[in-house]
Design a protein around this ligand. Structure first.
Ligand SMILES: NC(=O)C1=CN([C@@H]2O[C@H](COP(=O)(O)OP(=O)(O)OC[C@H]3O[C@@H](n4cnc5c(N)ncnc54)[C@H](OP(=O)(O)O)[C@@H]3O)[C@@H](O)[C@H]2O)C=CC1
Ligand SMILES: O=C1OC[C@@H](O)[C@H](O)[C@H]1O
Length: 391
């Protein structure tokens, strides 16, 4: 076998997800699906203190080849870094991605890529101008279970998909769990359920009703109706429900058919209150010939069922339900699959991933912009604008 393509990562931010992602990178040799890619962490930066960086590096036992920084600006200038993983709050993604691109680095940025579609368009233009790779870290798209489900939809196993219902809800004691300052509910950090969790519901809807189609047939939703409940203390949304209509593009006898979708997210009620999926699937993909259901959480499902339609098959002895399991190893989260995709794209000279094209990232953000407009969720102008303040 040829030697693997080595990807040198710089980690920006030392918070919760930075730790999870980096742990997965280190596990990638053991669990990765793609042995042609090898990941190395060559730099870590905290914006707040060198102590935080050292703690991160020691805790994860990163090798001595990793350089510690107490400034993002210096980390992105490190010639030993090929790609920067941006793991800061949503509010800061625009500035931090721009900083990395300006320094000539490829970027994988946590979800959502930006606060709004306009910022995302600006970043994509910048990446194109500089011929640099850019992707939102929507890791769910790269799980093997997701590709399998998508393939089944494309092959028409459940017929034409006419309805998709997805719930990504936590069921927390909101005030106690998140308070007012945590990024989940803090509007200064672009907090709220929609941008944090609802994006997964929308991701599945886009996968089924947009991405599953050939590129030339993909169309943004023709109708969007949203309701939000805003938190009484911070004004960020603690619940959002969005109804969407997509034109159907697959050939059928009635061209006026439309597909409908429901994207749900809620911080006070849970998709899975008992943690055993007794409440039913988080994702229902309903087609004219049957249905695919996935148990939650929607961001990392590990089981799906295909339920075939049995028309008038009374007493017929056919197996109508097929269950398929995709367990993620317990020591990992499952983020190395998205990291492998970054490696493949860079190796092959691509600046965007076909599994998550820029156009689609922007289309999802446009839906969230519209839902926020209808729901009255306003963020401070300082985090909505696309003016980059050089560091
Ligand atoms: N893919 C997934 O499953 C998940 C994705 N996420 C995404 O990751 C991003 C970060 O979330 P998470 O890791 O939970 O957040 P944390 O608050 O745990 O970490 C964010 C880090 O960003 C850095 N930072 C830079 N500027 C600021 C600022 N003004 N305020 C606060 N922190 C700042 C800090 O690191 P330092 O001080 O070292 O610079 C901080 O530790 C979000 O966009 C979120 O949506 C989050 C959880 C799961
Ligand atoms: O992106 C996310 O997915 C997993 C959740 O636990 C987390 O809160 C959210 O940010």
């Amino acid at each position: 076998m040829d030697s693997p393509f080595i990807l040198r990562w710089g980690i920006m931010g030392t918070g919760n997800i930075a730790k999870t992602f980096t742990k997965d990178l280190l596990l990638s040799q053991k669990w990765q699906s793609d042995r042609t890619i090898s990941h190395v962490v060559t730099a870590v930066a905290s914006s707040s203190s060198m102590e935080k960086t050292r703690h991160f590096v020691n805790e994860l036992r990163l090798s001595s080849a990793c350089t510690n920084y107490d400034s993002y600006k210096f980390m992105v200038a490190d010639p030993k870094v090929d790609v920067v993983y941006v793991a800061t709050p949503h509010s800061h993604h625009f500035q931090h991605v721009m900083l990395a691109l300006e320094s000539g680095k490829h970027v994988l940025c946590e979800k959502p890529l930006t606060v709004n579609a306009y910022q995302a368009r600006t970043l994509c233009e910048e990446a194109r101008k500089r011929n640099l790779f850019l992707m939102e870290a929507m890791w769910t798209r790269f799980l093997p279970i997701t590709s399998d489900v998508l393939e089944k939809i494309r092959r028409g196993q459940i017929g034409e998909v006419l309805r998709v219902v997805v719930d990504t809800s936590f069921g927390d004691d909101v005030e106690k769990t998140w308070g007012t300052q945590h990024r989940m509910l803090n509007r200064d950090l672009a907090g709220g359920a929609l941008l944090d969790l609802g994006i997964y519901s929308l991701t599945w809807i886009f996968l089924c009703l947009y991405h599953a189609l050939p590129e030339s047939l993909r169309q943004a939703p023709s109708g969007i109706a949203a309701q939000m409940t805003l938190n009484h203390l911070t004004g960020a949304d603690e619940a959002s429900s969005i109804l969407l209509t997509f034109p159907t593009s697959a050939p059928n006898d009635v061209p006026e058919w439309k597909s409908q979708a429901v994207a749900l997210t809620n911080l006070r009620v849970s998709t899975d209150p008992d943690g055993k999926n007794s409440a039913g699937p988080a994702i229902r993909i309903q087609g004219t010939k049957g249905e695919i259901q996935l148990d939650g959480p929607s961001f990392r499902p590990e089981r799906y069922r295909v339920i075939s339609r049995c028309d008038g098959a009374e007493g017929q002895d056919i197996e109508s339900v097929k269950v398929v399991d995709y367990p993620v190893p317990s020591e990992a989260k499952g983020m190395y699959w998205e990291a492998d995709e970054v490696g493949r794209c860079l190796r092959d000279g691509k600046i965007q991933s076909q599994s998550l094209p820029w156009e689609e990232i922007i289309a999802v953000l446009e839906v969230m912009d519209e839902a926020r407009r209808q729901g009255g969720l306003i963020y401070p102008e300082a985090i909505e604008n696309a003016s980059y303040s050089s560091y």
